[in-house]
Structures are given as C-alpha cells and as structure tokens.
Design a protein. Structure first.
Length: 200
C-alpha cells in the first residue's frame, strides 16, 4: 500500500466554519473535470497553489484555510508509465509517462473527442500532456475509459481559476472517493474536515 498527500483550499468570510466538507473544496478551473475532485499535487504544486490562493483571497476580501488529505493507493510506479503497466498501478502522472504511453493517451483523447469538432481539432495539434493542460476536462475522458477505471489519482499540469501559470494538480475520480483516508486543516487544526462523498 502507498499513500499520497494532496492539498486544497477553502475560502470563507468572517469566522472560520467549525466544519468544512472536503467535497466542496475542489479546485475551481475553467473547463475542469466534473467526474473528479481536484487538488494541488506535489511540493511545488502546493507551494504555487497556496501563494495563488493567498493572492486570490486578498483580491476578493476572503479568508482561506489549507486542507491536506491522504489518498490510499495500491502502488506507485517508480519508473515512467508504459501502456502494458497501466493496469498494475492506480496512480497516473502525466509528467512520468513513456513515449508510448503519451501516444496512447493522445489516441484516447482523439477517439473520445472526435464528435466535438472544435476540441478535436485542437487536441489533434497537441500531445496528451499539452492537451490536458489546456483542457483539464479531458480527465473525464480518461475516467470514462475502461482501461483507466481503476485509477485513483491522475496528476497533470493545468491552470486553475486561482493560478495564472500551470500548476501540478491531482484529480480523484468520484468513483474512488472512499480512497480518501483523512483530511485536516493545516492552518486551523481545530476545524473538522468531513469526508461525505460528492453529491450525484
């Protein structure tokens, strides 16, 4: 077993709530996935994300708190992901894919988006990693693909509504919500983070 930590932020006005539902704190992003919960991933992603959250809070006269949470995985690939290894791991990192895996992901995107001319035309010009950076909703395409049903976390670079530059994000498909083991408020440890699943 392996755990992976992700972080998100909760914005509020006035006094901090006594309880915060994690499901309400998915990172906002234009054209983001609807079948997954998204949070900052990795040390650099979280550092950039928190700086952006602070600026966003000041600009909108809000308060914010950081929520860290753990996702339980079966195993993480310590090398680059290859297509024939995808079924052995439940974590896919777009920054650590072989050329063949990138090609496979790009093909999946093209097949799924063929009916949407504008998006398909744009995806055709981009690799899988570049496409998902511009169109994070493509995470939903992976989630719907039978070869990816087992994936609990998909990590990639994209721009959120809080950040001006691409930042590392991890998306957890709603179907794997129970893989989330715990949530804590880093800045306000007395606040309870609840783990009710997302509303259908």
């Amino acid at each position: 077993m392996a755990d992976i930590e992700l972080s998100t932020v909760a914005f509020y006005r006035g006094d901090i709530p006594r309880e915060i539902a994690l499901r309400d704190c998915s990172l906002p992003m234009a054209n983001g996935p609807v079948a997954a919960f998204s949070a900052f991933y990795g040390d650099q992603g979280r550092q950039m994300g928190f700086m952006a959250a602070r600026q966003y809070a000041v600009a909108h006269s809000l308060q914010y708190t950081v929520i860290d949470f753990m996702v339980k995985l079966q195993a993480q690939n310590k090398s680059v992901m290859k297509p024939d290894e995808l079924g052995n791991f439940d974590f896919l990192n777009f920054a650590r894919m072989s050329k063949a895996m990138r090609s496979q992901v790009s093909d999946w995107f093209l097949e799924a988006e063929a009916g949407r001319a504008v998006l398909a035309n744009s995806v055709t010009k981009l690799s899988g990693s570049a496409a998902i950076e511009v169109y994070p909703a493509l995470v939903d395409t992976l989630i719907a693909n039978p070869a990816c049903h087992h994936l609990k976390v998909i990590a990639y670079q994209t721009i959120t509504s809080l950040t001006r530059k691409p930042v590392a994000v991890g998306s957890i498909p709603h179907r794997h919500w129970l893989a989330i083991q715990s949530g804590t408020c880093r800045l306000n440890p007395n606040v309870r983070v609840t783990l009710e699943p997302p509303l259908a």
